[in-house]
Design a protein around this ligand. Structure first.
Ligand code: ATP
Length: 242
């Protein structure tokens, strides 16, 4: 559908269209439409803008990713449809793998996501291996790749579900998420929660990473040490309720 740029909800409708195209192309699950709708509702309440609490979390995420020993990026169908190109750029900047992990298991969709990311120049796209899993998770999503998430000290998991975010933390990993709902189990469990639309926050995260890559370890550590995720979530909830 062609959306006129003059439409007052142009960006929101364009993003919705990206998810629909993702479903049509076998990248996003049909259930992903519902998850997206929930996100839209929170974004509406937040005024569809990046708040200070979002920017602070983005800066801390960039510092943590740049200073991590072995970061990995977890990709699902919604994230791929909305910010696939940016995830490939992030992986290049951090020299770290992308790993596909989807809620509604499908080999075909995994392959489609991989093809999509490779089309944008992704070098390392891992799939979960049945021989390698994390602890504390019952579902299929426990399977990981031994050279990807299994090995990672920090996992970037935009648009995640709470069970998996909690399990990754219990497995000793730092978890960075993007989630418009500060009350979700994922937001509450993560080490850093970027409460913002993934569409707006990914380009900002990339900009911060480019800047912070030029700074030394002490500078990065000072950003991480003053960051307080509980406060960030409290401020985000306040913004939602006022
Ligand atoms: P949890 O298990 O963490 O409590 P949930 O069950 O509420 O999560 P899911 O359906 O697993 O939610 O995932 C959807 C989450 O992603 C929701 O919290 C929603 O607000 C968020 N979300 C959806 N679209 C976007 C988007 N474009 N940007 C940021 N967050 C989004």
């Amino acid at each position: 559908m062609k959306i006129p740029k003059t439409h007052p909800r142009y960006q929101s409708l364009k993003t919705r269209e990206q998810i629909v195209v993702g479903v049509k192309n076998g990248i996003t699950s049909i259930h992903g439409l519902l998850a997206h709708g929930r996100g839209e509702a929170f974004d509406y309440l937040l005024g569809e803008k990046t708040h200070t609490f979002g920017k602070k979390a983005i800066e801390a995420s960039a510092a943590l990713l740049v200073s991590s020993r072995y970061p990995a990026i977890s990709v699902n169908g919604n994230a791929c449809a909305l910010i696939g190109k940016e995830l490939v750029e992030l992986s290049g900047l951090l020299n770290c793998p992308l790993e596909i992990n989807i809620f509604h298991s499908s080999k075909t969709r995994e392959k489609n996501i991989r093809k999509y990311l490779e089309r944008y120049g992704a070098k390392q796209v891992f799939l979960p291996q049945k021989t390698c899993s994390i602890l504390h998770l019952g579902s299929n999503r426990k399977y990981v790749n031994k050279n990807g998430i299994y090995k990672a000290d920090t996992v970037f998991v935009p648009l995640e579900d709470g069970d998996r975010a909690k399990a990754l933390i219990k497995n000793g990993k730092k978890v960075i998420t993007i989630d418009l709902n500060p009350l979700s189990r994922t937001s509450q469990a993560a080490t850093i929660t970027i409460v913002d639309n993934i569409i707006r926050s990914m380009p900002l995260l990339i900009t911060y990473i480019k800047i912070l890559k030029t700074k030394d370890a002490n500078f990065l550590a000072s950003i991480i040490s003053v960051y307080n995720n509980k406060n960030i979530l409290r401020n985000a909830e306040k913004a939602l309720r006022t």
